[in-house]
Design a protein around this ligand. Structure first.
Ligand code: FBP
Length: 259
C-alpha cells in the first residue's frame, strides 16, 4: 500500500474535523465552527492528513488546503441516536476519490448489535479503495451494551479486528496503559496505528501522552481534533505537536512554542 504524504518519516499526524456530525456544534466556538479555520491549522501545523466528511470536503477542500492530504470519512452518525451504535456509509469511495481523497475512513463499533453490518460494508470499502490504490483508515471503537470500551482486552481485540478486516491504518482509543498499547501494536500487525485525541486536556499532558505513544511504544501517530482546535493557541500547539511526532522532541523542549 502506498501512503504517499499521509505518512512522513514513518509517522502520521491527522487533524480530525468530523465532530460536527458525531457530537454536534457544542464542540465548537465562534472561531473553530468554520472548517476553514481548522484547515488553516492543518496547513500551518504540518499535519499529514485532514479528516472531514464529503460535505465539508466538497465545499472547503481547495487551493492551499490541498497541501494537506485529504481523508474522507465515509460513514458517520449523530449523538442523537440511541441504543447500540450503527454508522452507515454516506459517501462512496468513487466520490471520495473525485473529491481528492488520499485515503478514506470508516468507523466500526465491535460489540454493537449492528457490528456485522458495518464489518460487511467496510469489507466492500476496502476492496474499492484498494482498487483505486488508496489506503483505508479504520476507527475501531468497541462499543455497545455491556462493552467496557477502555478495557485492555477489549482495546487489544479491537486492534486485531482492524487488521483482520483489512484496514491499513487503525485509529484507536488509548486508556493510558502503555504496556497494553504495545500489545495492541503487536495485535495490529502490519496495520499502522494512530491514537484518537479525546476530550480536551492540558497541552503538557497531551504532548507527553503523544510522545509516549509514538516514541516510547512505537505507534505511528495521532489523529486528533478537540485537543488542538479547542485550545486557546491552536496554531502554536499544532507546531509543538509536529515537533513531538515528526522530530521526536521531548514535550518539555517544545513548550516554549506555546505563545
Ligand atoms: P477527537 O480528537 O476530538 O476526540 O476526535 C477523534 C474522533 O475519533 C473523531 O474523528 C470523531 O468525531 C470522534 O472522535 C468520535 O469520538 P466518540 O465517538 O468517542 O465521541
Amino acid at each position: 500500500m502506498k501512503f504517499g504524504r499521509l505518512i512522513r518519516m514513518n509517522k502520521a499526524c491527522f487533524l480530525a474535523c468530523d465532530q460536527g456530525l458525531e457530537h454536534g456544534p457544542s464542540d465548537f466556538n465562534e472561531r473553530n465552527i468554520d472548517p476553514e479555520y481548522i484547515m488553516n491549522i492543518a496547513v500551518e501545523g504540518g499535519f499529514s492528513g485532514i479528516i472531514v466528511g464529503h460535505g465539508i470536503a466538497e465545499k472547503y477542500y481547495r487551493g492551499a488546503y490541498k497541501a494537506v492530504p485529504l481523508i474522507v470519512k465515509l460513514n458517520g452518525k449523530t449523538r442523537l441516536q440511541r441504543g447500540d451504535p450503527l454508522s452507515r456509509q454516506l459517501c462512496s469511495v468513487d466520490r471520495a476519490v473525485k473529491l481528492g481523497a488520499a485515503a478514506v475512513g470508516y468507523t466500526i463499533y465491535p460489540g454493537s448489535a449492528h457490528a456485522q453490518e458495518m464489518f460487511a460494508e467496510f469489507g466492500r470499502i476496502v476492496e474499492q479503495a484498494h482498487d483505486h490504490g488508496i489506503p483505508v483508515v479504520l476507527w475501531v471503537y468497541p462499543r455497545g451494551e455491556g462493552i467496557d470500551e477502555l478495557d485492555n482486552k477489549v482495546l487489544a481485540y479491537g486492534a486485531r479486528i482492524g487488521l483482520e478486516l483489512g484496514a491499513d491504518i487503525l485509529k484507536v482509543k488509548y486508556n493510558g496503559d502503555l504496556e497494553n498499547f504495545k500489545w495492541m501494536l503487536k495485535c495490529a500487525g502490519r496495520a499502522k496505528v494512530v491514537v484518537s485525541g479525546g476530550t480536551k486536556t492540558e497541552p503538557a499532558a497531551f504532548l507527553k501522552e503523544v510522545h509516549d505513544i509514538v516514541h516510547v511504544a512505537g505507534g505511528t501517530g495521532v489523529a486528533v481534533g478537540r485537543n488542538i482546535w479547542q485550545d486557546q493557541r491552536p496554531f502554536s500547539l499544532a507546531k509543538a505537536l509536529e515537533q513531538v511526532v515528526f522530530h521526536g522532541k521531548a514535550p518539555e523542549d517544545v513548550m516554549h512554542l506555546l505563545h
